[in-house]
Design a protein around this ligand. Structure first.
Ligand code: PRP
Length: 246
């Protein structure tokens, strides 16, 4: 039978998906030692893996040359189109945010605000629902530069740890959406290969469930360990929203 073809977004999402496949019991040796190969097989699972850029993952799945894809919700929100969003994979977590210079009121003045972003559709949609006209400037990377250079009043971008904003004198003004990796499926594949896809999906869900149970247990154990440490005591300082470990 023809292998089920899955497009993975190269880079961080690819790495997390390979980890997930391993937890599902797949032999990922080929994926771990891929060199410059772009098409790989998981020998024991009749799965072919294609490595692509995020936007292209959506194109390949929408056009049906791949049955499934792993892509960030950010790309889905930006380019949308026609496919099924099947599962939140829980990794690749970050947030879309509106940010500008620290201490500056983004809404000051009456001029149409200029927003620099890699995600013009997301930015337009966000301000449209606020009833605001904005001027969007598309930037390809390191969007944080735009307000620093005086090109824009703010940025709409992904924030993960917040370090890039902080180190460049910017801060989050508003959170727009939570982002994580999603499994998407071609519409026709969901009819023609439903059985195989459903089986893979259940196995993914099971592996994700086990992972989050394990993480919960680990978090609980390290909390207990912290509380048990001699001389360590978690206490409330009495000041709202603050606690101290002494
Ligand atoms: C993303 C994003 C921010 C940064 C946020 O950029 O566009 O610049 O990560 O991460 P942080 O909150 O953990 O600092 P990426 O690393 O993808 O590079 P790019 O801007 O060149 O696309």
């Amino acid at each position: 039978m023809k292998p089920l073809r899955i497009a993975l977004t190269k880079g961080r999402l690819e790495d997390s998906t390979v980890e997930l496949f391993e937890r599902m019991g797949f032999d990922c040796e080929g994926l771990r030692n891929k060199g410059r190969k772009l098409v790989l097989t998981i020998p024991d699972a009749n799965i072919q893996v294609v490595l692509a850029k995020a936007n292209d993952v959506i194109t390949y799945v929408e056009r049906g040359v791949c049955d499934l894809g792993v892509v960030g919700k950010d790309t889905i929100m930006e380019i949308g189109r026609s496919f099924y969003e099947m599962l939140d994979l829980g990794f690749g977590r970050c947030r879309f945010a509106l940010a500008n210079k620290k201490g500056e009121d983004f809404y000051q003045g009456y001029h149409a605000k200029v927003i620099a972003t890699k995600y013009p559709n997301v930015a337009r949609a966000y301000f449209k629902q606020k009833g605001m006209d904005i001027d969007v400037v598309k930037i390809e990377g390191s969007v944080e530069l735009a307000p620093l250079l005086g090109l824009s009043d703010g940025i709409v971008d992904l924030v993960e740890t917040g370090t890039t904003l902080k180190e460049n004198g910017l801060e989050v003004k508003e959170y727009i959406a939570d982002i994580s990796a999603r499994l998407i499926a071609n519409v026709a594949s969901m009819k023609m290969r439903k059985g195989e896809i459903d089986k893979l999906l259940s196995s993914m869900e099971e592996a994700l469930k086990q992972k989050s149970a394990r993480e919960e247990k680990q978090a609980e154990a390290s909390k207990k360990e912290e509380e048990r440490k001699p001389g360590t005591e978690v206490e409330t300082t009495g000041q709202e929203g603050r606690s101290a470990i002494s």
